[in-house]
Design a protein around this ligand. Structure first.
Ligand SMILES: [Fe+2]
Length: 295
């Protein structure tokens, strides 16, 4: 069976069939997936029963794996999975759902806000690859917004105004907006804000996109309330239903997305159930902006 990619949304999202991700891909298959992710920005693969090792091997086909350290309040000894995996489940070390007021769970609630993975890192992530090992029975959809379509739909004056803007991103801003806190001194250092361009150009396709995320706290050079009001407007524009694909998970779905061209968020689900989602992340190549001088 040969590899087939079918676009399932007017703007983006390719559904891939005829590929068994668990086995080593041929050079042609890798090139086809690479081309598809560049063009469609989100790819959906069904019925992919994977071990962590197989998921890691598939991920390596697209570049170096981003170290998950520094992106969570969970300490090393509280991590269920290895450093090459991001645990996006609702589970503790005992394999049971985390308690309602568990600090790790409350931190994870930030994933319900629109974001781009690792935009809070100086070198932000390229691709995320999320395996639904055990999905929610009700809810728990992941929604994706096409930030290229959102950019294209702006008027010329808005495009000119935002072209060279640089934003400050931090997990402290996204979590803080939900009232999460307080952060420890160590966390404040770990989650120190980084700078990212608001408009990115995709290296393969040349398409521009809005690089938005709830991790943004301000625009460099703008008064904070003005920046936040403007970013809310832009986010509202970018996440209108026409630009959004809703992924309704089935067990063993694998979804791959390009964080440079999309935002995503998870929706509410019954957290008394096990939802075991495991993410690998392909590291980015370079910063998008010059960072502030170290204090
Ligand atoms: Fe995410």
């Amino acid at each position: 069976m040969s590899l087939v990619i079918r676009q399932i949304h007017p703007h983006f999202v390719g559904e891939v069939s005829g590929l068994d991700v668990a086995r080593a891909l041929t050079a042609d298959e890798l090139a086809a997936v690479q081309d598809a992710i560049d063009r469609h920005a989100v790819l959906v693969f069904h019925d992919q029963v994977l071990t962590d090792e197989e998921q890691i091997a598939f991920t390596r086909g697209f570049g170096a794996i981003e170290d998950s350290a520094g992106g969570h309040v969970a300490k090393a000894h509280e991590r269920r999975l290895g450093a090459e995996m991001n645990d996006v489940s609702n589970l503790g070390m005992d394999g049971k759902p985390l308690g309602r007021d568990d600090r790790k769970r409350m931190f994870n609630l930030g994933n319900r806000l629109w974001h781009s993975d690792s935009s809070f890192r100086a070198v932000p992530a390229k691709y995320s690859i999320l395996s639904g090992r055990k999905v929610a029975t009700n809810g728990g959809n992941t929604e994706f917004a096409d930030m290229r379509a959102a950019y294209d739909a702006l008027d010329a004056a808005s495009k000119a105004e935002i072209e060279d803007l640089v934003c400050e991103h931090s997990l402290i801003y996204s979590r803080g907006s939900l009232g999460f806190g307080p952060f420890t001194d160590e966390e404040r250092i770990m989650f120190r804000p980084v700078r990212q361009r608001l408009v990115r150009t995709h290296p393969a396709t040349g398409r521009k996109s809005l690089y938005l995320a709830s991790h943004i706290g301000t625009i460099i050079g703008w008064p904070v309330p003005e920046a936040r009001a403007f970013l809310r407007d832009l986010t509202e524009h970018a996440t209108q239903p026409a630009f959004v694909y809703v992924h309704r998970w089935r067990d063993n779905d694998l979804v791959m997305w390009d964080n440079r061209q999309t935002m995503h968020r998870v929706r509410r689900f019954d957290e008394s159930e096990v939802r075991d989602m495991r993410r690998t992340t392909v590291a980015g190549d370079a910063p998008t902006a010059v960072q502030a001088a170290a204090e």
